[in-house]
Structure formats: structure tokens, C-alpha cells
Write a protein that binds this ligand. Sequence first.
Ligand SMILES: [Zn+2]
Length: 123
Amino acid sequence: MSEQVASVRHQLLQARKQVLKELGHLHECMQVEIDLEPDEGDEEIVELDRNAVITAILNRRLQAIDAALHLIDEGRYGVCARCGQPILQERLLAQPDATLCVQCQREIERLERYRQPVRQVEW
Ligand SMILES: [Zn+2]
């Protein structure tokens, strides 16, 4: 494992710890709020929604971190998961958990943008 990859791995592990801590904290907050008086309902529901959104974002981040750590452990870190080309150094520095090269990332974003929701019903 090169020094750079080792340092990325360390960064990812730190980030993972942080995400888990935040998730744990959010979880505690959500537990507490559920027990509150129903009178204060509306605001608490907004707060719960916000926490649910943050939880979803953190869980996604956790998945990305785990995927990157997995690639590092398999010795495939820094290689695009889609086309197998090396991912640019600058990109990895900016986003250590990137698993796609810039071209593939763009391609996927483009596909997602143009993907039409299928609403055809066949009778
Ligand atoms: Zn690629």
C-alpha cells in the first residue's frame, strides 16, 4: 500500500468515525423527540423530518466511505469502478471516497437526469 493510499485510508477511517458519531447523536435526538408532548407536535415533526434527511445523507456518506475502504483493502483504490481507468489524483484529493472517474461520473449524472419516470400503464 503506497503512502498516499495509507493516508487516504486513515482519512476515511476518521471520517467514518465522525459519521457514526453523528448518526448515534441523531438517533438519540430522535428517540427523545418521540416522547415529547403531542401539543408541540408540528415543530417536532419538522425537526424529526430534518433529522431523517440528515440521517439519510450520513448513511449515504457511510456507504461511500465503506465502498472506498473496501477498494483500498482489495488494492483497487483509485481505479474507476465502471471503466477501470485510473481516477485523476486531483479528483481523489478533492473527494477521497470517489469510486468513479470524472467521465463516468458525468455520464451517470447525465443518464440520471434524462431518465424519465416510467408511468405507462398497460391495460
Ligand atoms: Zn470511468
